[in-house]
Design a protein around this ligand. Sequence first.
Ligand code: ADP
Length: 501
Amino acid sequence: MGIAVSPQIHPQVADFIEKPRKMLINGKWVSSISGKTFPTYNPATGEVLAQVAEGDRQDIEEAVKAARKAFDQGPWRRMTASERGRLIWKLADLLEAHTEEFGYLESLDNGKPLAIAKAADVPLAVDLFRYMAGWATKIEGNTIPISVPYTPGAKYLAYTLREPVGVAGQVIPWNFPLLMAAWKLGPALACGCTVVLKPAEQTPLSALRLGELVMEAGFPEGVVNIVPGYGETAGAALAAHPDVDKIAFTGSTEVGKLIVHAATGNLKKVSLELGGKSPNVVYKDADLESAIPGAASAIFFNHGQCCCAGSRLYIEKPVFDRVVEGVADYAKKINVGSGLDPQTEMGPLVSAEQLSRVCGYLESGFSEGATAIAGGHKKGDKGYFVEPTVLVNTREDMKVVQEEIFGPVVTAMPFSDPEEILPRANNSEYGLAAAVWTQDIGKAHRTAEHLRAGTVWINCYNIFDAALPFGGYKQSGWGREMGHDVLNNYTQTKAICTKIA
Ligand code: ADP
């Protein structure tokens, strides 16, 4: 597939996207069984970027077979935890050595600024692999004193093992394509599972390149299989597959519910990291010098395409005008452009669908009486750009306040009484993240305690670390990503009891 490759593009990336990309099954790069491919687009131009093998039910079948065999019979299960850890560490080293290349690939396929991809997405993925490499040797059971009231006088030695759950299916989204692949692969491999990963159809390239590094690192064949394709075909087949022991999903709440239904056939284990509509609460005693840019980057980072974006900004009345004007000024100054342009601070949205979805929400907000004090429109005629937008005159019952927009659109609303803010902040079907800005340490922690969210940031936003668990309350998900919590997603406990007297 020849495309007009700009001279700016990293040479290895140009080579990588020049040929149709294949899928990784059982250690081999293969075309889809149907022979079909699908295009992935450059969101800055709307032009086709590369062609990718289109996996469907049949390819998922082959990938699951390979993962099953690698789990049941392959060298993977016989490897020591230390050997598994070393392979994951090696993958981290290889990825780090290719930071520049992955930054370009991610910027081209997703649209995000190259500098951000290199400074955040790639290093976070590297760190995650290293953190998980360390866990491989530390997944332990317990010895448990048991009493057994109906066998008086008998003695037992009882202990638990934490065993890998088996074949893990993993379906990931397009907003952080490489990082989401790392969040999924890292813990599954540390726990000793084998994997079939399906990247998002909008952004399959970095996961496929990562697959090459997986093989270069020396993972045995079939341990990691990567099948690009569409959600309704490849994704649905993976979620429903009877030989998949666990499905891990990151994406919309709507699709999360479909995954749960699909998983009922064999009652596979399910973990879900879903949508959000996160409240960001600025009290009047906050340090506004940091709260204003903090509130702006809470929503505008990654073009608002973050499940934890601070999209509902609640500001205490006495500082409302100052904060909202500050956030609007910040929005107006953001340089919106192609991710490869070094001046760019915000790139395009990922796809034409996403652009029309965000614009649809803007229209809905305006028709219900909202006003934009920054942005409010699509930007330019080429690519999928939208202006960073601050909406005021919004009410709790508006769609723009209730529903996840997944774009650079924040609704700013005043509150007068600190008592009133918690019910309003918690008035959402989601519970992924929240933030509070105040210099009163007691108020900060009391607010954090009452916010129904899996993550609460105090005087900061979007702080992620491989060691810090991340996941949702309410309809934002099941289970946690990262930290040692994530190991629960990929292990199960076996209790072993021996009569010794
Ligand atoms: P978005 O709407 O933002 O694209 P989705 O939740 O639809 O987010 O997509 C996240 C991931 O889920 C993608 O990899 C997509 O292909 C996949 N997906 C979409 N629909 C289904 C489905 N019915 N079953 C399994 N996976 C799906």
